[in-house]
Design a protein around this ligand. Structure first.
Ligand SMILES: [Zn+2]
Length: 523
């Protein structure tokens, strides 16, 4: 099923790439963006850099930067400038006199975002990716504005999708609730819905946004408010996707929560659940934000050099890994354990050859959940939930801790770090081979989706394998009988179905309890 899905998406990209053999304009090519990030490319056989700069001065266009390169026997001048005037948020104008002056240097072409109403002496040459290519055939002003019907459609999508996801979630949860399935199975089905539906909704929204040409609307709005600030532009773009995902997750949660609460037989407050999820998402987003800020603000000589970018990424990942305990404590309420158990855990780790800085208890979880984890590189921390401490005997807690020691001793966090770095390096070199601007919007999206999906599926595979390794280590320390008892208790307290689906396991980065126990009994 997963393999078929990936193959299907790969085919889509291939078709999209082949289908988008494009017309390459020569002469003066204007790339007009609502972000003031415009640039003009001039293909010439006889102009010099000094002449080009002089021409631009006489036209009255600012030259923010100029790059000279060779392409197909032409000298190509890439000039960063701002050519269009902002009239209002959704409307731009390019002066006809400037176009007349530029036409002295060659035929003038212009790329304009899709989904706009355009006026002026221009002819559509090619309907392209996120933009259309026009040829300037006269010297009138060119004005273009975002079509208002797109705004209405986009608004409709943003209302309809969250509401429908709420209704779908509520309907499904009710159906599951009133079925004859076991309590574990019912909870598992709802959890599965909660894992996959927000991803699906975010994907549908992404496609609809392209279908409706609404990337233009985004360009216009951010261009108007943030202008040339690329960092804010990129953060805003990331923000849209996070917002879409968060909103759909929120509506799905509100949908199933009443039934989930009854099945779990505990009071789960929607506000607390929402706050917790938002903080977890934020915890994942903050590193991405830092990366964006780094990439847009470091000198261009550094960021345009692939090897430098890779080195910075490695340093960034190492810093992130060693700071992860701080990140957890920043976004979740974690307090030091203050019972004698703390010293016993630290002593237990020490005997296994692992130095632990502290044992922390995660507070304010939205629901009862027995779990433990470790984090950190130089200073290592053990995290436990209150439910685990309250319901497990000391021996069972130590069995769970032994599993975590297994992760630490075999340096599993380093392994997943190396995987992330490897994936990043492959992606960065692969993306240099494919000209992404040549992809149609759908294959562009399909490519991204495939890359992200592949990243998580491979990560899932690795994590599942590492879980088995940690289990094996724990058994060596505390014995098979006690360890299996602790695993069974985890499933029991968390009302977790013992046998869960493969895709679910990969996305939640954990094998099912049944598989874990079976592996231990086989060995
Ligand atoms: Zn583990």
């Amino acid at each position: 099923m997963i393999k078929k899905l990936i193959v299907a998406i790969a085919m889509l990209i291939l078709i999209g790439t082949v289908a988008s053999a494009r017309f390459i304009p020569k002469g003066v090519i204007i790339h007009e963006f609502p972000t003031d990030n415009d640039f003009i490319e001039i293909y010439s056989k006889n102009l010099t850099e000094t002449e080009v700069i002089k021409q631009f001065k006489s036209i009255g266009l600012p030259v923010k930067s100029i790059e000279v390169s060779e392409r197909n026997g032409y000298t190509v001048f890439t000039i960063h400038t701002s050519i269009g005037d902002k009239i209002d948020i959704f409307k731009r104008r390019i002066d006809g006199r400037i176009l007349a002056e530029l036409s002295k240097l060659g035929e003038v072409y212009i790329y304009i975002d899709k989904g706009c109403t355009i006026r002026g002496d221009i002819q559509l040459v090619e309907s392209g990716n996120f933009q259309d290519l026009y040829k300037v055939v006269g010297h009138s002003d060119i004005t273009y504005e975002v079509r208002k019907d797109l705004l209405v459609k986009l608004l409709a999508v943003f209302i309809v999708i969250p509401i429908s996801s709420f209704l779908l979630s509520r309907y499904y949860a009710r159906k599951v609730f009133s079925s004859n399935l076991s309590r574990e199975e019912k909870l598992y089905r709802i959890r599965r819905l909660a894992t996959f539906i927000p991803i699906l909704i975010a994907l549908i929204l992404a496609y609809l946004m392209i279908l409706l040409n609404s990337t233009t609307i985004y360009d216009m709005i951010t261009g108007y408010f943030f202008g040339y600030n690329k960092t804010l532009f990129a953060i805003g773009f990331l923000g849209i996707w996070v917002l879409i995902y968060t909103v759909s997750m929120l509506f799905v949660t509100i949908g199933y929560l009443p039934y989930y609460r009854m099945l779990k037989k505990e009071e789960i407050k929607p506000g607390k659940t929402a706050k917790y999820s938002a903080l977890v998402i934020l915890m994942l987003i903050v590193p991405m934000l830092i990366w964006i800020i780094l990439m847009f603000n470091l000198p261009k000589t550094v960021t345009s050099n692939t090897e430098f970018v890779v080195i910075i990424f490695v340093i960034f990942m190492l810093a992130l890994m060693s700071m992860s305990p701080n990140l957890i404590s920043l976004f979740q309420r974690a307090e030091s354990l203050r019972t004698p158990l703390r010293d016993e855990i630290i002593e237990f780790c020490k005997r296994s050859g692992v130095k632990i800085s502290d044992v922390k208890v995660l507070k304010d979880l939205p629901e009862k959940f027995a779990n433990a984890g470790v984090s950190g590189v130089l200073h290592k921390y053990v995290f436990l939930t209150e439910t685990l401490i309250d319901n497990f005997s000391k021996e069972e807690i130590m069995a769970v801790i032994a599993h975590e020691i297994g992760h630490l001793k075999e340096k599993h966090n380093l392994i997943s770090g190396i995987y992330i770095i490897t994936f990043f390096v492959i992606w960065i070199y692969a993306s240099k081979l494919i000209d992404l601007s040549n992809l149609s919007p759908y294959s562009f999206m399909a490519l991204w989706f495939t890359v992200i999906l592949a990243f998580f599926l491979i990560l899932g595979r690795i994590m599942v394998y590492l879980e088995f390794r940690a289990d094996r280590y724990a058994v060596k320390v505390v014995g098979r009988e006690l360890y299996i008892k602790a695993l069974s208790k985890l499933a029991e307290i968390n009302v977790m179905k013992r046998k869960t689906g493969k895709l679910f396991n990969l996305f939640t980065l954990h094998p099912s309890i049944e598989e874990r126990i079976r592996k231990l009994l086989d060995s």
